[in-house]
Design a binder for this molecule. Sequence first.
Ligand code: BTN
Length: 338
Amino acid sequence: MDLSDKILNALKKSGTYLSGQELSEAFGVSRTAVWKAVNKLKKEGCQIEAVTNRGYRLISADDADRLNERTLRESFREAGRFGRPVIYRKEPGSTNTDIMELSDAGSPEGTLVIAEKQTKGKGRRGRTWISPPEGNLYMSLLLRPDFPTASAPMLTLLAAMAVRDGMAAVTGEEELFRIKWPNDIVAVCRDGKVRKVCGILTEMRLEEREIRDVVVGIGINVGQKEFAPEIAETAASLLLVLGRPVPRAELAAASMRRFEQLYDVFRESGSFVPLRPEYEEALINRGRKVRVLDPAGVYEGTAEGIDDTGALLVRTEDGKMTAVSAGEVSVRGVEGYV
Ligand code: BTN
């Protein structure tokens, strides 16, 4: 715990004024150090009142939706390998690009970069992921898997499961969040519409035909209050869906804890088979009519689940079953996004 964490805890506990003298004695530091630590807390968004002859009083820590080095440090205190280290960046181009640079510089597997906004957020299929500083979560995880390249695309399914479970754990909403194949997370909104709340971009780099590293980039609409008209029908945030704020640092930590568990199961078994039932349970497409946008031709059918490689199983009207692999193909609902 650094000094600002200790002071924040002391102020929280006391509920009233604590003088600079009291704080400096309690923690064995100078009054200047106390003053600096209080300023740091203020910069991080805590409202602290300073009154001559009385000292400091915490007005509001308002930590719920605050993302900074301290809230991340606290939320990741119990982290295992994923999220160790966790690095906060205020305004990177893309957290995926940052992770690649950190990887090149020798950062370990599990390194996580989390940002408040991105200026060059990347989406799937070369699209842009608009990343405003509106209380969302933009994060990327470094993996150095030792399994064959063919298994790597399944990591993206694991990431979707992890974030879905993280959302369920932090919000207490078990049924609300589902997966749209392969790795979008959607919420079933009150108006019955299904809207995207999270997108995942996984980028793999090879070295002599082996996996050099995999970057799993996760963008979650957590606190955004408004979406551009062209996406308002298909995108939402956790705040809009739940009507209350969601603590971002905790959501990130819960998702990483779950990701690590799933990753270990996947590595030990060497396949997606043990995780398939759980993925299918969360899969919103299951039993729904889908349109497969295959560059070789668009067709429709009913999604029945996934196979052992994570491909979507679609039964067409003639009764034939097709396994649709992620990549060039995208899948939409016949009557809308899902
Ligand atoms: C999608 O198109 O659905 C995937 C979007 C992935 C966005 C995240 S935000 C954090 C990470 N950094 C990026 O530049 N992209 C991913």
